[in-house]
Design a protein around this ligand. Sequence first.
Ligand SMILES: Nc1ncnc2c1ncn2[C@@H]1O[C@H](COP(=O)(O)OP(=O)(O)OP(=O)(O)O)[C@@H](O)[C@H]1O
Ligand SMILES: [Mg+2]
Length: 282
Amino acid sequence: MKNPFKIKKEIVSDDIFNNDLELPKSEEYPDEEVIFKVKDFEFYYDNGEKHALKNINLEIFKNKVTAFIGPSGCGKSTLLRCFNRMNDLIDGNKKEGEILYKNTQIDTLNTIQLRSKVGMVFQQPNPFTMSIYNNISYGPKCQGLRSKKELDKIVYNSLVDVGLYDEVKEQITHSGTSLSGGQQQRLCIARCIAMAPDVILMDEPTSALDPIATLKIEELIRKLKEKYTIIIVTHNMQQAARISDYTAFFMLGELAEFNKTEDFFAHPKNKKSEDYITGKFS
Ligand SMILES: Nc1ncnc2c1ncn2[C@@H]1O[C@H](COP(=O)(O)OP(=O)(O)OP(=O)(O)O)[C@@H](O)[C@H]1O
Ligand SMILES: [Mg+2]
C-alpha cells in the first residue's frame, strides 16, 4: 500500500554526525564554510494565508556568529525555527524551497537527530524542574548514555564551557529553577551543549536578563563560536555589532541585507538598513 498519511520518509544520516565532513566554501565569502544553505525558501502559516518568509537565500557559516535583526514580525524567529524544523510542529504550515544542512536537505533528516545537532535556546530561560545535574544529563540519557562516569564528564564539561561550574559546583543537586535568570540561561546553554551540537540557535537569549547577565552571555557566545556555529536573533543592535561576525537584516519577511557585521553597520548597502540602524524605525 502507498503511504496513506503522506508521512515523508526520513533518513538517518551519518553525515550530520561526521565532524570531519568537508563543507562547501561560500562563493561570496570564500574563506567561509557553509553549514546551512537556504535556497529560494518560502514559509507560510495558516494554510498559506500568512506568507511569513519570502524568497530567502542565505548561507550560515561554520564557527561564526550570525545575527538576525529587523523589526518585530519580520520573520526572524520563523526562519530560526526552520533550521531545526520546530515550525513543523505548527498546524497549517507550508514551505517551499530548500534548507540544506551539511549538504543534506533537512526535510529528509530524522528530526530527533537534526535537533540533537541543531540545538535551541529561547528568550525565557526554561530549565526543567529538576536538579542542575539532571537538566544537563537529561539529553544524553535520552540518547541512551548510561555510564555515570561519562555523564559526570559531560555535566562537568558543559558547566565549565558556560562558565557556571564554579558558581554551582556546591549545589549541583539543587533545582535548576533555583538559579538566577542569567544562570538559568547559561544552564540552558549547557543543556544544549551537552548534546554536542554543531549549531546553537538563540532567539533573543538575553532580552529577559539584566545588563550584567547579558554581558556574561555575550562573552560566552564569543567563546562558544570556537566550537559551535551560532545564530542569534536580537533586537539589540549594539549586541549584534558586539558579538556577531555576519548580520542578516530582515524586513516584512524578506532578507533585506546580508553582510559582514562591521560592513553592515559601517556602510549599510541599502537605505532601509541605514534607517533601521539609525533608529528611524523599530
Ligand atoms: N504560529 C503562528 N501562526 C500564524 N502566524 C504566525 C505564527 N508565528 C508567527 N506568525 C506571524 O509570522 C510573522 C513573522 O513572525 P515572527 O515571529 O517570525 O517574527 P519576528 O521577526 O521573530 O518578530 P519579533 O521580533 O516580534 O519576535 C508575523 O506576522 C507573525 O504574526
Ligand atoms: Mg521573534
